[in-house]
Design a protein around this ligand. Structure first.
Ligand SMILES: [Zn+2]
Length: 214
């Protein structure tokens, strides 16, 4: 069978690592102090004294996806009995909490991930984990969508993959152009979903029917 992924992922992976010495925790906290002072406040006042520590800890949560391998997670053996099931598998309404790489502002929304199995299936929770692994990095919504689709394609070698994400970007709603309520929609279709308009339509309709707002 033709593999639906043509490009190697190496360049994409290499892009996402610290270049040179990784700053220490102290370096990170000092940088937060600098930003507080630059914003116009006094980092030594009582309410702000522990803020650099808290922000560093929050960063560890927001960006814990670095160093996690989505393909490996999806490739973990599953022992689910699927009885020859070969129709679309679709997990809808996966919560997306990410940060835009342009402003480090949150973007919050929902992902829907579908694939057409080719003998191999993944546990449904693994699809949600893959979204989380890529979301917990500095991202654009476009890259996040493509990376999730790419990882599912690599790990499961399915006949097709479809990913749709809708998200509200705080860099747009609380600053800049200030457009509260506007959300962005991105899609990635690989294999059968790219080739077959009816299949794509089935995915999109099912996503809308099951959509929950972010
Ligand atoms: Zn932004």
């Amino acid at each position: 069978m033709d593999h639906i992924i043509k490009k190697p992922a190496a360049a994409e992976l290499a892009r996402n690592v610290t270049v040179g010495r990784r700053p220490s925790r102290e370096d990170a906290e000092a940088a937060v102090r600098t930003l507080i002072a630059w914003a116009g406040d006094n980092p030594d006042r009582e309410g702000l004294r522990d803020t650099p520590r808290r922000v560093a800890e929050a960063f560890q949560e927001y960006f814990k996806g670095y160093g996690q391998d989505a393909v490996a997670v999806l490739s973990e053996p599953t022992f689910e009995e699927v009885g020859g099931y070969d129709d679309m598998v679709l997990l809808r309404g996966i919560r997306v909490e990410s940060h835009c790489e342009h402003h480090i502002a949150p973007f919050i929304g929902v992902a829907h991930v579908g694939y057409l199995p080719n003998g191999r299936v993944a546990g449904l929770s693994k699809l949600a984990r893959v979204v989380e692994i890529f979301a917990k990095r500095l991202q654009t919504q476009e890259s996040l969508t493509a990376q999730v689709a790419d990882a599912v394609a690599r790990a499961l070698e399915p006949r097709g993959v479809a990913v749709m994400i809708t998200a509200e970007h705080h860099c747009m709603t609380t600053r800049g152009v200030r457009m509260p309520g506007a959300d962005a929609l991105t899609t990635s279709f690989l294999g059968a979903f790219a080739d077959d308009a009816a299949l794509r339509e089935r995915f999109v309709t099912a996503c809308h029917r099951g959509a929950r707002s972010g």
